[in-house]
Design a protein. Structure first.
Length: 343
């Protein structure tokens, strides 16, 4: 297990999650299971369990719901020094867990939450990012409102200018904003990103990276091979990572991981698995990749495989975040053919 020395900071919204029990629909349930989660908070929690020194930056209401979110983070080893308090509202989302042929559903109730009142004047970036080695944010934060988007871009720009590695998960959510609303923010923040988690669609649609003529009917792997290098060259992104998911039903999927560097790309073999809780699978993948890059920054294949295995295991854990140690993940890798890339 690595020593706690890398100072990793993530920024975003942590919400109260209300889930229907026993795969009930929202219409039929009379009670909910409550816990906390949110993309960037999930990444901090997972990396903390992997042995990293993680901080979460955000704004929460000064009430019991805000206190509960902080307690959740602290209980999972995440530092909350860079959380300010204000406003009265904590974002909430309702999860209807799918089963078999019925997919899961999510309903957001996060408008006007505390983080949408965040201001740059509330933080001293020189203090926040002192000794930091990594900063992570996602497109979900960009979608919340202009204040949050400006904050995220400013933080990424600061890190870029001070030699702190920046990872960005595109995480576009059509429920939160339109493509036309999203494009300017994605095209601005990507200028400061070292490691991007994105798909062909993200590059082609949100960043307007064109697909060469004649590839309209090509596989998504071939389309990625065409647009990802263009995006990386245009914006100076060092690595692109992502996953290909096959959905057999709501409780059985498979995942493969891909990565791109300035020199080439690769796609891993898929892993097929059963699902207890799908929420946070992408965050777990990002966490595993970040851990893999920190452990061996010159081997993206190891990072992709470690991220893939972390994501698969997350699907077996209730709640938003992966709560497993490096040893747990490496043991799983040793049982499914990934052992040869372990370090």
């Amino acid at each position: 297990m690595i020593k706690k020395k890398e100072k990793i900071i993530t920024f975003g919204e942590i919400m109260l999650r209300l889930s229907t029990p026993d795969h009930q629909t929202i219409n039929q349930t009379h009670s909910y299971l409550a816990n906390y989660g949110g993309g960037e908070a999930n990444v901090a929690v997972a990396l903390s369990h992997m042995g990293h020194n993680c901080y979460f930056m955000s704004k929460l209401p000064p009430n019991q719901l805000g206190d509960g979110a902080i307690s959740h983070l602290n209980a999972n080893g995440v530092h909350t020094d860079y959380i300010t308090r204000g406003s009265t509202t904590l974002g909430i989302y309702f999860l209807e867990s799918g089963f078999g042929g019925r997919p899961s559903k999510v309903i957001y109730n996060r408008k006007h939450s505390a983080i949408t009142r965040i201001g740059l004047e509330e933080f001293d970036f020189d203090e926040v990012f002192e000794d930091a080695t990594w900063f992570h944010v996602s497109g979900i934060s960009l979608s919340l409102n202009e204040r949050v988007a400006q904050f995220a871009v400013a933080a990424c720009k600061y890190c870029h200018e001070h030699g702190i590695k920046v990872s960005f998960d595109f995480n576009y959510r059509a429920k939160l904003w339109t493509v036309e609303e999203a494009k300017p923010w994605y095209q601005e923040i990507i200028k400061y990103v070292d490691v991007a988690f994105c798909s062909f669609w993200d590059c082609n649609t949100l960043l307007d990276i064109p697909l060469d003529e004649g590839l309209e009917n090509a596989s998504k792997h071939e389309k990625r091979k065409n647009v990802c290098p263009k995006m990386m060259k245009k914006y100076g992104v060092k690595y692109v990572f992502g996953t290909d998911r096959v959905v057999y039903n709501a409780t059985e999927n498979s995942l493969a991981a891909y990565y791109y560097t300035q020199d080439g790309c690769d796609l891993t073999d898929p892993i097929r698995f059963m699902i207890l809780d799908r929420i946070g699978g992408g965050d777990a993948f990002a966490s595993g990749v970040i851990h893999g890059l920190i452990k061996d920054y010159e081997d993206p294949k190891f990072a992709a495989l470690f991220g893939l295995n972390t994501s698969v295991l997350k699907h077996t854990i209730y709640g938003d975040a992966c709560l497993l140690s490096v040893e747990d993940i490496e043991q799983f890798m040793a049982t499914n053919g990934s052992a040869e890339v372990q370090r």
